[in-house]
Write a protein that binds this ligand. Structure first.
Ligand code: MEV
Length: 438
């Protein structure tokens, strides 16, 4: 294979770029210029970003936007959002203002427990394993003291370790299922370090256990890793108001709006095809804040979607009720987030985002992120059940099309004005640009 390379990671950044350009690109000059255009002129800052990952060649920008006016438990926040989708920040800003005038968002952290597992194979008598585990459990905790002492001093640490018999699923398969409190840290490194220590203590103690025969002594650890499924690290965010107070410029008839909105949520509560898109809209808000605050959006995504399917069917993460004239809309989601460790001290824009959010604790950040998800879902379902989604989407998309055609500032002003009263479609924008330029 002619494109195969050995030792790519050992090349310098420029050598890597040259190899890529010569191997895969036709317009080498232009591609080199492009890659270099995205380098930061501040060499120290560029080096910091280069070292986040392996084989960095340049930076990939996402816009960092802000949705202001979020009232959360009566405190005001401007929420940073890193996202490429054009209508997300606009929708969040609209929803924040709408609810600011109607009592704001109310939130509560329900629980903060995280999970990690040592998966192992033991060939022998389960009762003997149980007896061994009961004896060894204090040693598992004791042997991890070097890892846990700082976390414990701050009030966190290992909460419990259980032995779980999984032999109904896979022959000879067992787990140490451990729970942790990691306070303001997302906790991945802490949990994984504890688990690897548990695994090593488990194996060593098994070898010394006189009650085990030779086969039982040789416990085989398959892997030790945290779980991104955190159904006991839960946060709730809610908005509510009397139906009549929903009246606004976009909602001339609040009774009809509330009924239709609730119907739309009910559909996502029973129909997986709709629930996935409904929840995708929620994740538009959640991921954007998770990313802006330097958290792991893949972990959050995986955990949230697993939670949406926790009863065996993938369903809506938000819910809506109408009782005695009161409209209530809420979300309950698992979020394992950190405001210390990871990128939080390293990435200058993450530090900026956290300061913008008043340097929240992890619990506060869970509440802010849940609000961003609920607000986003409110905006999407409101549009879907009233004007349809395309009106807002295409308005925002207008700028993308204009940029594609390299419209000047003057052209943009004229065309934005024109499309205030005309429907935005891709071909209508192209026609309008062509007309203007004729
Ligand atoms: C688009 O990114 C998100 C929506 O599809 C969400 C939804 O349908 O609820 C608008």
């Amino acid at each position: 294979m002619s494109n195969m390379i050995v030792g790519f990671s050992k090349l310098s950044k420029s050598e890597k770029i040259e190899w890529l350009l010569n191997t895969y690109f036709t317009n080498i000059e232009a591609s080199r210029d492009l890659v270099k255009k995205y380098w930061n002129t501040d060499k120290k800052l560029q080096k910091l970003h280069d070292e986040f990952i392996e084989n960095t060649i340049t930076n990939y920008y996402l816009p960092l936007g802000v949705a202001p006016n979020f009232s959360i438990n009566d405190s005001l926040y401007a929420i940073p959002m890193a996202i490429e989708e054009s209508s997300v920040v606009a929708a969040a800003s609209k929803a924040s203002k709408f609810w600011l005038e109607r009592g704001g968002f109310k939130t509560k952290v329900i629980s903060t427990t995280k999970i990690g597992q040592v998966h192992f194979i033991y060939k022998g008598d389960f009762e003997k394993l149980k007896g061994f585990f009961d004896d060894v459990k204090p040693k598992l905790i004791e042997a991890s003291k070097d890892i846990t002492k700082n976390m414990e001093r701050r009030g966190g640490g290992i909460l419990d370790i259980e032995l779980r018999n999984k032999t109904n699923d896979i022959d000879n398969y067992y787990q140490l299922h451990a729970s942790f409190e990691t306070l303001d840290a997302m906790g991945a490194n802490f949990i994984n370090s504890c688990l690897e220590q548990f695994a090593s203590t488990l194996k060593n103690e098994a070898l010394k256990n006189v009650d085990f025969n030779d086969e039982e002594k040789s416990i085989d650890v398959v892997m030790s890793i945290l779980s991104n499924y955190v159904p006991n690290c839960l946060v709730r965010a809610e908005v509510s108001c009397p139906i009549k107070d929903l009246k606004s410029k976009d909602i001339p008839n609040p009774e009809i709006f509330a009924k239709k909105f609730k119907q739309a949520v009910s559909i996502a509560e029973v129909e997986p095809y709709r629930a996935v898109t409904h929840n995708k809209g929620i994740m538009n808000g959640i991921d954007a804040v998770v990313l802006a605050t330097g958290n792991d959006f893949r972990a959050v995504e995986a955990g949230v979607h697993a939670y949406a399917a926790r009863n065996g069917k993938y369903l809506s993460l938000t819910h809506c009720t109408i009782d005695n004239g009161l409209f209530k809309f809420w979300i309950e989601i698992p979020l394992a987030l950190g405001t210390v460790g990871g990128l939080t001290r390293l990435h200058p824009l993450v530090k900026f985002s956290l300061e913008l959010l008043k340097n929240p604790t992890a619990k506060e950040l869970m509440q802010i992120v849940a609000v961003a998800g609920l607000a986003q879902n409110f905006g999407a379902v409101k549009s879907l059940t009233t004007t349809g989604i395309q009106q807002g989407h295409m308005k925002m998309h207008l700028m993308n099309i204009l940029n594609q055609f390299e419209a000047t500032t003057e052209e943009k002003t004229k065309l934005v004005e024109h499309f205030k009263t005309n429907t935005v479609t891709h071909s209508a924008v192209v026609d309008a640009i062509e007309n203007l330029r004729r």
